[in-house]
Design a protein around this ligand. Structure first.
Ligand code: ADP
Ligand code: MG
Length: 369
């Protein structure tokens, strides 16, 4: 037989707006960043699978197609092997050598894990002619991460890594998983997204995530509604008077954030980036004061970005550390970075890391032979 080979790439992502509402049937509006993970997959004549990563020099991992089993193998190798496992019965008939080169920073909240999974899934789909759609690949890679790696992630990261388009954000409805591309073409407007990795990671001493989620569920139960998606901000403010104060304010974040996502979509469709900036600021205020999932480093990054001309800025991701984003004019970015670095140094915080990105293309095959 002739040995076939494929090279496929998939990007990391940032969520522009729609934070902590995926579990309330909300909307999220992520976009793909320019940093990608590249997977080179070479078919073998036997059923052996080897995986190696440029980012994991000392380790490569060897197994066989029939031996794949969830929660086995080196930590990092579970990600690529999980995808092979999830797609195995769709027509993968031989072993393979997988080489990974990831340019998405690991563990910075930019979803290097989805970039890795989606590069493999896109490569396998082409190499073995599996004919799967991007929606199929999103479900398969999520399944790999949930069951094989053992991380209970949602489907946002994989969806955007697979389906994103250059100059667009992806509106994902977490209720029915339908998606819509929204124009987010900031380059012609002289704008860029600055991503600030605060390098802070605060332990959730108070069981932060579970408490927030339980509060939202309690608000839903006490208001007798199906989800926080199904109530307007005005009705919530009215009905919520009967709720415990903490539960009320948590739910208030969710209902207002859902509205902000849809308002952001309208602002983007009108290319009104000033309004987008305001909505990012309102999202941050809500996450900081109502949902209380921010932290001093994130707040400092946001404040320093705003004081050096950002149109808007907010924390992204789960909170208590991780990254913030700022929508900024290209010419302001260098000054913004040094202002943020100086503010961090003055407080003796760990030095932040910076990435800039334009909304980029989703996963694709680079070459096949
Ligand atoms: P994030 O997705 O936000 O970057 P995660 O903890 O979900 O953070 O995923 C990071 C993990 O994914 C790494 O610890 C590693 O196990 C795996 N990973 C991602 N990219 C690579 C890579 N290029 N090489 C090896 N492992 C990788
Ligand atoms: Mg991840």
């Amino acid at each position: 037989m002739s040995i076939r080979k494929v090279v496929a790439q998939a990007p990391g992502r940032v969520n522009l707006i729609g934070e902590h509402i995926d579990y309330s049937d909300g909307f999220v509006l992520p976009f793909a960043i320019a940093n990608v993970t590249t997977a080179t997959i070479t078919e073998r004549e036997d059923s052996i699978i080897t995986v190696a990563s440029v980012q994991r020099k000392s380790l490569s991992y060897k197994t066989a197609l029939e031996k794949l089993a969830p929660l086995t193998g080196e930590d990092w190798a579970r990600y690529p092997l999980g995808v092979v496992w999830a797609m195995k019965d769709l027509g993968i008939t031989r072993g393979m050598d997988i080489l990974i080169d990831g340019k998405v920073p690991l563990g910075a909240g930019l979803s290097s894990s989805a970039a890795l999974e989606c590069s493999i899934a896109t490569g396998l789909n082409a190499l073995f002619n599996l004919g799967r759609t991007k929606e199929d690949l999103a479900r398969l890679t999520q399944r790999a991460e949930n069951l094989y790696v053992g991380v209970p992630c949602g489907i946002m990261d994989q969806s955007v890594s697979l389906m994103a388009h250059e100059g667009s954000a992806l509106l994902l409805d977490c209720r029915d998983l339908s998606t819509r591309n929204i124009p987010f073409d900031i380059a012609p407007h002289g704008l860029e997204l600055l991503i600030i990795d605060t390098q802070a990671h605060h332990a959730l001493v108070d069981g932060g995530y579970a408490e927030r989620r339980a509060s939202c569920e309690k608000a839903v139960a006490e208001l007798g509604i199906t989800s926080l998606r199904d109530i307007s901000v005005a009705d919530y403010e009215q009905a919520g008077k009967s709720l415990d104060a903490t539960i009320y304010i948590r739910g208030l974040h969710a209902v207002t954030e859902m509205k902000r996502v849809l308002d952001t979509v309208a602002a983007l469709e009108a290319a009104d980036f000033t309004r987008v900036g305001q909505l990012l600021n309102e999202s941050h205020r809500s996450l900081r004061d109502d949902y209380t999932v921010s932290c001093p480093e994130l707040n400092l990054a946001v404040d320093a970005a705003l004081s050096t001309g950002a149109l808007g800025a907010r924390m992204v991701g789960g909170g208590f550390g991780g990254s913030a984003i700022a929508l900024a004019r290209v010419e302001d970015i260098e000054m913004m970075k040094s202002a943020i670095s100086q503010a961090f140094a003055a407080k003796s915080y760990r030095a932040p890391r910076f990435f800039t990105s334009l909304p980029s293309e989703g996963a694709h095959v680079v070459s096949q032979m």
